[in-house]
Design a protein around this ligand. Structure first.
Ligand code: MTE
Ligand code: QUE
Ligand code: MOS
Length: 749
């Protein structure tokens, strides 16, 4: 079924913040940000900026009426720097002017004197200095110390994965409008409207009920607007409060790239031990997460790295420790996969290195260690209805893995300067926020007297199609046409205390809440129908394709008439419902529990061709067998799978974020930061929708799809490495992503 919003997007009719109507007299803000990464502010002179044409106000930390604090999990992040500068790009002052151009012109007139200090940009250096965001966390299973003695081979190594720019099409921004009686209305490009509401309340020192946050849709979020949209909403709201006028703040691309955090780079140590028959007996890893200057979501991301430390494999003895290291970079944040991809890259590197030592294909090791039913994850959850082997088996057969391998080996034997490479990437991703309290959602459903319906949930539409899925839930429960259903904006006055739309759980959590609300209304409608039809038993009433049935027989009564008549009988056609994922829990003391409602599984083959003279490469093909449960919208889910794969391939290959020693972003433009385009995208992506017959906690058994496919992209790195090995067998001792063209070339020469 087509996502009905797509036709708005392709015709340019969907509205983003900058497209929305701005009230008369709206002012525009621009941000003065730190020109160095570490130091103390000695003097700040804003006089020239204040008298610059069109400037209305210059706002500093001292002007904040509430607390100068935006930290969410840990209160360690100021909105505006007052004394200490912690990263280059840190907001220091807001210039509010009649136009965005005038505001930006004034920025250059602000003079700042700084006592500069040497920044720390490397996580291992930060760790050596004891600069941590939180105490380290360790997950373990079995006993690695005892297991090493039983291993036939042991390899150790280092794996490093880089940052990742979200590059949402719509930049960070907000429009704040002061309303009657101290109320503040904020239109924000955020994945977490409640976080914005809560943090603005803290900044302005007013209760949450005075703040209404409204989100129509985002031009992409990818995690980058889960926590980090809040800052810009706070800056706009603070400006609006002080100027008593609506204020719009929208970053430009280079500002956004410079000032906002990205996926966390990780530097990790691993040690892996196997038996001769390729069973992994023991695995140890230490992760050094580059958190940037403040916590943001780093602690939760660190935790997810540990949850996915062993990917789809059962490893009886494992111990993994993760350090969140404070550096002088913009605070890094959520990005599709939320630390999972970083953890998976390390185990895949360990397997690749072990394979090299054993002289086998990594695929053999991967296959020999897949999770089986009733295996235990390191965090205590037991594999139930696991699909690691099922998806692998389907992938192997459907895409003829063995003969593909042979064809590639043959090609490589016949070609000297062009080599092909192949890798398999299995994935296992836990669905649920690992912070159990976040696994709840609300929905408000109104059926209007004409038979149409409106739904409000906490779900934020960011291109992932969640609104379409919510409409399908309503259409399915009522058995009416989706065209009758409208998804309203995500608004904190209609849906309160919402979790961010994240962790791929948006459709599940809000879908279940919507389902329950609809079931409540449906129960009333069935009573009403029995009454109208003069039938004894409401239990025998059903609605099918907008017609009321009794005892399986169609009646004269239509959906629309039923709704109209129910209204006349003064029966409520609205419902609010709450959903909380049942049974999940996690104990941080023991690091054990059952944190996930379920897991999704899959396996992908990635095939590439490398030009061994130039170091350039092309991703030829990605073939996937993915466990969808029972997809409720195959077009939407296919789009999520394809988009995630290409985004993951980009992270592993082209996209390289470089900060210099002074903490300055060297790749802060689209000419220096290369992202996948249509030429880079694989020639072919085949996604097989594997159905999973077992019931699960997903909405209508349609498993979460937002994040998991990104991790197939990791196969891109290892496919290129495979090709390089065909050219130069004795390659790298260190696994460093992204595998840029330069790095590929350096590996070969
Ligand atoms: N798809 C698009 N088009 N745009 C996005 O910003 N974000 C991803 C994923 N897919 C994103 C996307 C991320 S990080 C998450 S967590 C999920 O969508 C969130 O939506 P869901 O919970 O409804 O899957
Ligand atoms: C996945 C996620 C999130 C997560 C855990 C996941 C996430 C998120 C949080 C979180 C944790 C603790 C808090 C908080 C948020 O945890 O997005 O405010 O106090 O925000 O496994 O995506
Ligand atoms: Mo997605 S990283 O959980 O917003």
């Amino acid at each position: 079924m087509k996502n009905t919003e797509t036709s708005l997007h392709v015709r340019g009719l969907s509205q983003f913040i900058d497209d929305r109507h701005t009230p008369e007299g709206t002012l525009h803000a621009a941000i003065f940000d730190a020109p160095v990464a570490c130091g103390k502010i000695i003097k700040l002179d804003c006089e020239a900026a204040k008298s610059s044409p069109g400037v209305v106000e210059v706002i500093l930390a001292k002007d904040i009426p509430g607390e100068n604090q935006v930290g969410n999990i840990i209160a360690d992040e100021v909105l505006l720097a007052e004394n200490e500068i912690e990263f280059m790009g840190q907001p220091i002052a807001i210039v509010v002017a009649n136009s965005a151009r005038e505001a930006r012109t004034a920025l250059s007139k602000i003079k700042i004197e700084i006592n500069e200090k040497t920044p720390v940009t490397d996580p291992r250096e930060a760790a050596a200095k004891g600069h941590f965001i939180c105490p380290p966390r360790t997950f373990s299973l079995g006993n690695t110390n005892e297991a090493w003695a039983k291993c036939d081979i042991i390899v150790e190594g280092i794996a490093e994965s880089g940052g990742h720019e979200h590059l949402y099409l719509e930049m960070q921004g907000a429009l704040a409008t002061p309303k009657e009686n101290g109320k503040m209305e904020i239109i924000s490009s955020t994945q977490g409207p409640t976080s914005v509401q809560k943090t603005v309340a803290r900044i302005l020192n007013i209760p949450m009920h005075k703040i209404e946050v409204d989100v129509l849709r985002l031009g992409g979020g990818f995690g980058g607007k889960e926590d980090q949209a809040t800052i810009w909403a706070c800056l706009a709201a603070l400006s609006a409060q002080i100027c008593e006028k609506p204020v719009k703040l929208i970053l430009r691309r280079h500002e956004d790239m410079r000032m906002t955090g990205k996926r966390h780079p990780y530097s990790s140590d691993f040690k892996i031990g196997l038996s001769k028959d390729l069973k992994i007996l023991a695995y140890e890893a230490q992760y050094y997460q580059n958190a940037g200057a403040s916590a943001d979501l780093s602690t939760a991301i660190l935790e997810r790295t540990l949850f996915h430390a062993t990917n789809s494999y059962f490893i009886p003895n494992m111990q993994a420790t993760a350090f969140s290291c404070r550096t002088n970079l913009p605070p890094n944040t959520a990005f599709r996969g939320f630390g999972g991809p970083q953890g998976m890259f390390v185990i895949e590197s360990a397997i690749a290195k072990a394979a090299e030592k054993l002289g086998v294909d990594p695929i053999q090791i991967q296959k020999a260690n897949l999770l089986d039913e009733d295996d235990s994850f390191p965090y205590g959850q037991i594999v139930k209805n696991g699909r690691a082997k099922a998806t692998w088996g389907d992938m192997e057969k459907r895409y003829e893995l063995e003969s593909r391998r042979k064809q590639i080996d043959k090609f490589n034997a016949e070609n000297r300067m062009v080599k092909k490479g192949l890798a398999v990437m299995p994935i296992c991703f836990g669905i649920s926020f690992t912070a159990t309290f976040l696994n709840q959602a609300n929905a408000l459903v109104h059926v209007y007297m004409d038979g149409s319906a409106g739904i409000s949930t906490g779900a934020v539409e960011m291109g992932q199609g969640v609104n379409m899925k919510m409409r399908q839930v309503v259409a399915s429960i009522f058995s009416i046409d989706v065209g009758r259903i409208h998804t309203e904006t995500t608004n904190t006055s209609r849906t309160a205390n919402t979790s961010p739309t994240a962790a791929s759980a948006g459709a599940d959590l809000n879908g279940h809440a919507t389902r329950i609300a609809c079931e409540n209304i449906l129960a009333r409608l069935r009573e009403s129908a029995a009454n109208i039809l003069d039938k004894p038993d409401a239990a025998n009433i059903t609605i099918q394709n907008e017609t009321v049935f009794y005892d399986g027989q169609a009646t004269e009564l239509s959906w629309q008439d039923l709704v109209g008549q129910t209204y006349l009988k003064r029966i409520s056609l609205s419902a609010h419902a709450h959903y909380a994922t049942p049974e999940i829990y996690f104990d941080k003391e023991t690091e054990k529990g059952e944190p996930f409602a379920y897991h999704t599984f899959g396996a992908a083959i990635v095939e590439t061709t490398v030009d061994c003279l130039r170091g350039t490469y092309h991703i030829d093909k990605v073939d996937v067998s993915h466990d969808f449960g029972k997809s409720m919208n195959k077009l939407v889910d296919l789009g999520q799978a394809e988009g995630g794969i290409v985004q993951g391939l980009g992270w592993m290959t082209l996209e390289e974020i470089i900060y210099d020693k002074k903490g300055k972003l060297q790749t802060g433009t689209l000419s220096t930061y290369k992202v996948p385009d249509i030429y880079f995208a694989p020639d072919e992506i085949n996604v097989h929708f594997m159905e999973n017959p077992f019931p699960n906690a997903a909405i209508f058994n349609s498993k979460a799809i937002g994040e998991p496919p990104l991790m197939y992209g990791i196969g891109g790195y290892f496919a290129i490495l495979d090709a390089i090995k065909a050219f130069r067998p004795e390659v790298e001792k260190k696994y460093v992503a992204p595998m840029t063209n330069e790095r590929a070339l350096m590996l070969m020469y």
